[in-house]
Design a binder for this molecule. Structure first.
Ligand SMILES: Cc1ncc(COP(=O)(O)O)c(C=O)c1O
Length: 455
């Protein structure tokens, strides 16, 4: 029988031989498998890369260095009685019993284990998109009549979910607040009704940094669960280590890094993750935004180099932001010392990753923003005009007319989104000086056309 080796364990990778579907006791296989659900982060947690390196490495069925893909939608059992026991929840994935891949799948579970290590949470499970991770966890935590307090500076899709969809479809309402104003946040909490405080660790697109430890203290005092979207700052920030209960991700961005996959994750306590997979009440199980095992495998292969990629995204973003600022442009980047959240970010950030791979240049009007992006893409080849982020090439978009266009003009103003804000996800291919030359040349062209309004 093929064997799978795990750090410290050698255990059967295949279903139990003969009729050992029956309870086999706490053998090594069970103990090893239990780590899959409960996460690898027992003990001292230093850093996301260290936690990932310490997570269990799953080998392939034939001893391959990479795990095998469990491509099955459904799973067999040796005895009919086992099926009943799986459906009652007595036998589950912690003991290598799988039912159907909309429920748990071993390959998706492996990616979940990596996500739990990355974020330092007890458990995690992956979904078909970032939006499905966000909507599912909010629907799991809030029932009809429930209330959310959320930052007014959020990704446009999340803002629309909270403003339009959840009130209409689920009778869940949201009060939006300035997340930097802690008195306003506290005042918005309705005792007994508010279930969730929701914010982005670094906001899309304004790059406002949330004081996660302080906001968590405030929310927990009032019995409110804190959900943080860490899409903009994987590796850089670890919200769960700063007190957040749940961390959500759009894996489609930095974690994937290839701009070729849409995916998401919910990282949090095992109890929450398991409740989301419950056959009767689980938002992931019943709404069904399942991740395909082949996609999960692809992503599992990219997470090991996320730390290296993030460091270079951050290094280049800081270099370009610093130089653009020196040239007199209105640059928004929390790595710059004069950014209002710089000291806060520095106090929370994991060491040696930097301050994030996104920077913004405020051109003040949409017309100037569009001209700049035109020069950057079509004249100097610095990057691509496209939404999304975390790609190896630089991606740029004018947020007000693209990824934040779900928000009204008034909501955009409240969130601090200028109509000329160009969001840049700074890529890392080519040499830094080669790419700087392209950026500088485009800025010079703007100056020649009299389109550069300096600070
Ligand atoms: C901060 C943030 N959260 C969530 C999402 C939604 O993720 P997805 O596109 O994977 O559904 C996005 C997408 O742009 C985002 O920027």
């Amino acid at each position: 029988m093929a064997e799978a080796r795990a750090h410290g364990f050698v255990y059967a990778s295949k279903k139990r031989p003969g009729s050992d579907d029956a309870d086999g006791g706490e053998d090594a296989m069970v103990v090893a498998k239990k780590q899959m659900i409960s996460g690898p982060v027992a003990g001292v947690w230093e850093d996301p890369a260290a936690a990932l390196a310490g997570a269990r490495h799953e080998f392939g069925e034939h001893g391959g260095v990479n795990m095998s893909i469990e491509a099955s939608a459904t799973f067999t059992v040796m005895e009919p009685e086992t099926m009943r026991r799986m459906f009652t929840g007595e036998l589950g994935p912690d003991r290598d019993f799988f039912i159907y891949s909309r429920h748990f799948n071993p390959t998706v579970l492996n990616l979940g284990r990596q996500m739990a290590a990355l974020e330092g949470t007890e458990a995690a499970y992956c979904t078909a998109s970032g939006m499905s991770a966000i909507s599912s966890v909010l629907m799991q935590l809030c029932s009809s009549g429930g209330h959310i307090v959320a930052s007014q500076a959020l990704y446009g899709g999340t803002h629309a979910l909270l403003t339009h969809f959840l009130p209409r479809a689920c009778n869940i309402t949201t009060t939006f607040v300035d997340i930097r104003d802690h008195a306003e946040v506290a005042a918005a909490v309705v005792q007994g009704r508010t279930k969730v405080l929701y914010f982005e660790s670094v906001s899309n697109p304004t790059l406002t940094v949330a004081d996660t430890p302080e906001l968590c203290r405030l929310a927990h005092d009032k019995g409110v669960t804190v959900v943080v979207d860490n899409t903009f700052a994987p590796m850089v920030l670890s919200p769960a280590r700063l007190g957040a209960d749940v961390v959500v991700h759009s894996i489609s961005k930095f974690i994937s890094g290839g701009a070729d996959i849409i995916a998401g994750a919910v990282c949090g306590p095992a109890k929450l993750v398991n409740s989301m997979m419950d056959l009767h009440q689980g938002a992931l199980m019943l709404l069904g935004p399942t991740m395909n095992a082949k996609v999960a495998f692809e992503l599992s292969e990219r997470i090991p180099h996320l730390a290296l990629r993030m460091k270079e995204h951050c290094n280049r973003a800081l270099t370009f932001a610093t130089r653009l600022k020196k040239m007199g442009l209105k640059v928004v980047y929390p790595g710059l010392e004069d950014h209002p959240d710089h000291v806060l970010l520095k106090s929370m950030a994991n060491k040696d990753y930097g301050y994030g791979g996104i920077m913004c240049v405020d051109m003040e009007t949409e017309e100037r923003a569009n001209r700049l992006m035109h020069h950057l893409q079509n004249v100097t080849q610095f990057g691509f005009m496209a939404v999304s982020l975390g790609y190896y090439e630089t991606l740029m978009s004018c947020s007000g007319s693209s990824t934040s266009s779900e928000m009204s003009e008034e909501e955009q103003t409240l969130a601090g989104i200028s109509p000329g804000l160009v969001r840049m996800s700074v890529g890392y291919i080519g040499t830094l000086e080669q790419r700087w030359g392209q950026l500088e040349k485009a800025i010079a062209r703007m100056g020649e056309f009299g389109l550069l309004k300096k600070n």
